[in-house]
Design a protein around this ligand. Sequence first.
Ligand SMILES: C[S@@+](CC[C@H](N)C(=O)[O-])C[C@H]1O[C@@H](n2cnc3c(N)ncnc32)[C@H](O)[C@@H]1O
Length: 196
Amino acid sequence: MWKHQTPGIPDEYFERVEDVPITKEEVRVIQISKARLSKGQTVYDIGCGSGSISIEAAHQVGAAGKIFSIDIDQNAIDLTKKNLEKFQISNVDVILGNATQKINDLPPADAIFIGGTGGETAEIIKLCESKLKQGGRIVIGTILVETLYSVLNTIEKLKFSSIDIIQVTISKSRKTSTGTMFLARNPVTIISATKI
Ligand SMILES: C[S@@+](CC[C@H](N)C(=O)[O-])C[C@H]1O[C@@H](n2cnc3c(N)ncnc32)[C@H](O)[C@@H]1O
């Protein structure tokens, strides 16, 4: 389904349902690169939504790697499973529940993506820190100012170094009757760091 080594699977390749978000392809590419993944690694995708990050991460870590995808929403779990089937990926465990209740059961991680916290940002980041191996990477994507505030308040007090914060606004071209214009999407803030 995706024969390329590079990430950036077009959004339209994924199955979608109403009310389950997807991390858009250009933003997803940046998040994947910030995680600095290698073959054989163990990765969590917290708030997996449509499963697009899990699928891109699975391509990066290969068959020897393992992905754990958690979401609190049954619709997101069903959609992630559908997309895993579509992309013929089998090394992903899909877990229904609140990340605060599920992270403790997982094996140590080389990299963790956080795409949703439902307001429990601080607790989830603390749990992730306890599970990340030394040198492991955390990558958090958020559109909410409140989540960013909570991330900053938490991450700086924990065992993380090289905290990097970027904000990206992607504009996509659209044909009009007179030519081609750009339409801006909402900005996304991406926070990444390394576990000390
Ligand atoms: C923006 S979406 C993530 C999109 C996903 N990265 C993708 O590419 O499709 C955020 C997801 O986080 C989930 N979520 C929010 N709070 C959660 C929590 N405490 N535990 C698990 N999942 C949670 C939501 O149900 C939602 O599906």
